[in-house]
Write a protein that binds this ligand. Structure first.
Ligand code: ZN
Length: 299
């Protein structure tokens, strides 16, 4: 399979935005012109005295009434917000061991570009889990009006590398980034935890400005995840808080925007695995994460 190189950057975001921008550029003046023409000609043609209710859909000026704006704010509270979802690992990383083992700079040292992730004992891969939850989460956030971008969507042979995963969020000027994972701990170790960026100011890493907002994001995601899924914080890390702080993850160290990881459960524990392999539970997981993000972004 061809290999585009570590500096490859997907050109997808631009072509996606251009048609919309172009359409708006055409439509807005078009709407204005149409309204002016209607007011000048159409109004006279029907005697100029048609009831406002009949005219409203066609002749209303292209402005937004306060009522409509309020309605939009209620139905799309995340309009204007950018959320980047980072589905952990990649389903085909295992076919690209040389590429994913290449070391990248994470500020505090050098670390593998990416890893294969774990799986349940029956072979359900973490990468499959994370991408599925990412898709469900994307749908929920878009329904709230957010602009959502994934760092990978099963569309790359491997990775992206952890440093690029961080840069995708940075370049998108994301208001929040959540990296989705499930853990590979020992049997009997159960529950979820959210990983927060620790304070790092070394080499190319500087998390000083994101530590506080990321903690706020992480606490809300952890609380809402636990409430919606009905599962408990991890019993093996975080002292029952469901929170852990790390300075050894490139995806966090190199982020310049609020970012957390969530380990939704332990794939190697049979009880957690029963949840993680359930589509209905994954929907709850996405719902919980979504509610945490919405809560954070609405302040
Ligand atoms: Zn993982």
């Amino acid at each position: 399979m061809s290999y585009a190189g570590p500096e490859f950057e997907s050109p997808r975001p631009r072509p996606r935005r251009r048609p919309l921008t172009l359409a708006l550029a055409v439509l807005v003046p078009g709407a204005l012109l149409g309204w002016l023409v209607y007011e000048g000609v159409g109004g006279a043609a029907d005697g100029g005295g048609a009831p406002a209710a009949v005219n409203a859909p066609v002749s209303a000026p292209p402005t937004v009434s306060s009522t409509t704006a309020d309605d939009k704010a209620l139905s799309a509270p995340l309009r204007g917000k950018v959320v980047v979802i980072d589905p952990g690992h990649n389903l085909t990383n295992f076919r690209h061991t040389a590429e994913i083992n290449r070391k990248v700079d994470i500020g505090t040292g050098r670390k593998a570009c990416d890893t294969t992730g774990t799986s349940t004992n029956s072979g359900y891969a973490e990468a499959k889990f994370s991408l599925d939850v990412a898709h469900r989460l994307r749908t929920l956030l878009e329904r709230q009006g957010a602009t959502v971008k994934l760092t990978q969507d099963g569309d790359r042979p491997y990775g992206p590398c952890v440093d690029e995963r961080a840069r995708i969020g940075n370049r998108a000027k994301a208001d929040a980034v959540v990296s989705i994972h499930a853990d590979g701990a020992g049997a009997g170790q159960r529950g979820y935890h959210v990983i927060l960026p620790g304070r790092v100011h070394k080499g190319i890493a500087d998390t000083r400005r994101i530590v506080v907002p990321s903690a706020a994001l992480g606490k809300r995601v952890a609380a809402d995840f636990g409430r919606v899924t009905g599962t408990k914080p991890a019993n093996y890390i975080g002292d029952g808080t469901g929170l852990d702080t790390r300075t050894d993850l490139g995806g966090l160290n190199l982020s310049t925007v609020p970012k957390v990881f969530i380990e939704c459960g332990n794939m190697r524990d049979s009880k957690d695995a029963a949840l993680l392999t359930s589509a209905a539970w994954r929907q709850k997981a996405a719902q919980g994460i979504s509610e945490g993000i919405v809560s954070f972004l609405r302040g």
